[in-house]
Ligand binder design. Structure first.
Ligand SMILES: Nc1ncnc2c1ncn2[C@@H]1O[C@H](COP(=O)(O)OP(=O)(O)OP(=O)(O)O)[C@@H](O)[C@H]1O
Ligand SMILES: [Mg+2]
Length: 267
């Protein structure tokens, strides 16, 4: 299993659309930024990326402009800062521009963005394709998001089986989003339905999460005490694999421990 301090690049993907990739990427970024960790988000959902919208950013420059100018060196010029501290490289604003962005260019961009930052979060388009697989190969951690319905779970399982064939399963976690007490499928069935021994469950949160996407404020910022926010924070501590043995003895939280690791002060 990857050690916490090795995790710099987190990929958020899914087999099917509409499961919560954007919600999870934006909120995870906001959680890390809230703790003064340096976070960048690359919106690699090239046709229908929503990250800028979810942060209520109105970009004048996007990945499309960088691709047209083949500008890797000055990539930060195309990014925008959200008031949370998260730095965003937006996807093109129209689907037809997606084809201007080659896989090689995107991979080079992601490497450049990763310089001088503690975490790079990347949201992909739903499904498996050449670009997504290359992004998976270069990620330190792959988060596969699913909802608890049979169709989404079946396709998530196929995706995970593919990741296993590619030798990428060890760095993969599954997040079952929009889980409720009424969900027909029980947590006991999830390992068999997904091919993953353990899953992280994020609760369904009524209309409030929709609202946070509409107003461009991360839900974890506006509703830090809500079950979704608490579970996501707990999940982050789990998949960033905070090692109890290296945890500082005082009462610092897991984010503080991460900072200490990043600055070389941790155990
Ligand atoms: N835990 C949750 N509880 C309630 N609603 C949620 C939850 N997570 C996401 N949603 C809602 O589900 C919808 C889809 O979420 P989101 O846009 O994050 O998914 P996505 O996987 O990025 O979708 P797309 O494939 O369109 O990019 C949004 O309306 C969002 O507000
Ligand atoms: Mg999305």
């Amino acid at each position: 299993m990857t050690e916490t301090h090795d995790i710099k690049r987190i990929l958020v993907c899914s087999a099917v659309g509409g499961v919560g990739r954007t919600t999870i990427t934006v909120n995870l970024a906001a959680l890390l930024a809230k703790e003064n960790l340096n976070v960048r988000v690359l919106d690699a959902d090239l046709q229908f990326g929503d990250i800028a919208m979810a942060f209520d950013l109105h970009p004048t420059r996007t990945l499309k402009d960088a691709a047209e100018r083949k500008d890797i060196e000055n990539i930060l010029f195309y990014t925008m800062n959200h008031e949370s501290g998260v730095n965003v490289l937006p996807a093109p604003d129209r689907p037809e521009y997606a084809e201007l962005i080659t896989t090689d260019f995107l991979i080079s961009i992601s490497e450049k963005l990763q310089e001088e930052t503690q975490f790079l979060l990347i949201e992909t388009q739903a499904g498996l394709n050449d670009l997504n697989i290359q992004l998976m190969e270069t990620a330190d951690l792959i988060l596969v998001v699913s909802t608890p319905g049979m169709a989404a779970l079946k396709n998530s399982k196929l995706m995970i089986e593919t990741l296993e064939l590619l030798g990428l399963k060890d760095k993969t976690h599954i997040l079952i989003n929009k889980f409720t007490a009424q969900t027909m499928i029980s947590q006991k069935e999830i390992p068999e339905l997904t091919s993953m021994e353990k899953a992280i469950y994020l609760p369904f949160t009524d209309k409030q999460i929709d609202h946070s996407l509409d107003v461009g404020q991360p839900f974890v910022t506006t509703h830090p005490k809500a079950a979704f926010s608490k579970e996501l924070k707990k999940a982050a501590s789990q998949f960033l694999n905070l090692n109890k043995k290296t945890k500082p003895k005082d009462k610092t939280g897991f984010f503080q421990s991460l900072r200490l690791k990043e600055t070389g002060q941790g155990g």
